[in-house]
Write a new protein. Structure first.
Length: 134
């Protein structure tokens, strides 16, 4: 038994039979019987074939190859330019990061403490000079 979306039974008077549906679809999608339709269709197809063949007759000309591949060439050039820009930006970014790391990671010079004091300077003056030097 066929049911509605909400689960209730369908009214058999409103449900079309499969034979009726098949006949209606066959009538709707059937090929036209008018010979003029087929003649027009054939003339359109042959006109397009002739136009395509006329375009291919120009194969001897060297510029035809460029004309056929123009869009693909422009797309490839744009892609290559974008890739080069990304690579340049990335290398600049990497160089800056390496330089920054090299500066920050280099060991700071350590002060050397002299174990001997100059003979003409007192301990107090030597301590002051030491503190002020750092």
């Amino acid at each position: 038994m066929v049911r509605r979306r909400d689960g209730g039974p369908l009214d058999s008077r409103r449900t079309p039979s499969s034979a009726l549906v098949t006949r209606l679809l066959s009538d709707h999608y059937a090929a036209p019987e008018d010979q003029a339709y087929w003649d027009k269709l054939e003339s359109r197809i042959m006109k397009n074939v002739a136009a395509e063949a006329a375009g291919r007759r120009d194969v001897g000309n060297w510029s035809t190859a460029f004309r056929l591949w123009f869009r693909a060439g422009v797309a490839a050039a744009c892609l290559a330019a974008s890739g080069a820009g990304v690579a340049a930006w990335s290398s600049r970014h990497t160089e800056a990061r390496v330089a920054y790391t090299a500066i920050l990671d280099s060991p700071a010079p350590t002060p050397v403490i002299a174990t001997t004091y100059p003979s003409n300077v007192s301990e107090r003056e030597a301590a002051v000079q030491y503190v002020l030097s750092h």
